[in-house]
Design a protein around this ligand. Structure first.
Ligand SMILES: Nc1nc2c([nH]c(=O)n2[C@H]2C[C@H](O)[C@@H](COP(=O)(O)OP(=O)(O)OP(=O)(O)O)O2)c(=O)[nH]1
Length: 130
């Protein structure tokens, strides 16, 4: 089954992006990602992003532009599709092991999941423009 995973690159007014550390499964735990998750059947991508951020972070988000292209997930399981976003409130780690706000110079301080790595340079450019 081919799935779409949506992710939110949540940027704040200080030019920082929210990175989230996975708590599970064991294979991914400890790695850092964009909050998000799987789009459900019949659900629009942007609606899935809003729903996942509400579930995982306890905040509403405004979805902005796309960040980068669709990235193939490992084992041909589908694609990762990321949007820039703004949070209307302070995110909380309801499902993640930790959250960190990273600026352009500290983006490499965390081990991103492999699928996310191709997006980091474009993200750095976006952060520098805030
Ligand atoms: N949310 C998210 N998932 C990512 C990213 N990069 C990446 O490879 N993934 C992978 C990890 C998982 O295999 C998959 C997302 O699964 P998930 O467990 O977060 O999805 P979900 O919240 O819908 O979970 P569930 O209901 O199935 O438990 O995509 C990313 O930046 N954000």
């Amino acid at each position: 089954m081919s799935l779409t995973v949506v992710g939110a690159a949540i940027i704040n007014d200080r030019g920082q992006v929210l990175a989230a550390q996975r708590a599970e499964p064991d294979r991914l735990a400890g790695g850092w990602e964009f909050p998000g998750g799987k789009v459900e059947p019949g659900e629009r991508d942007e609606a899935a992003l809003v729903r996942e951020c509400r579930e995982e972070l306890g905040v509403e988000v405004e979805v902005g532009e796309r960040l980068g292209p669709d990235i193939p997930l490992a084992l041909g399981r589908g694609v990762l599709r990321v949007w820039l976003a703004r949070a209307l409130g302070e995110p909380a780690a309801l499902e993640h092991a930790a959250l960190r706000w990273l600026d352009a110079d500290s983006l490499d301080d965390v081990p991103w999941l492999p699928a996310d790595a191709p997006l980091i340079e474009e993200l750095r450019t976006r952060l520098q423009a805030v």
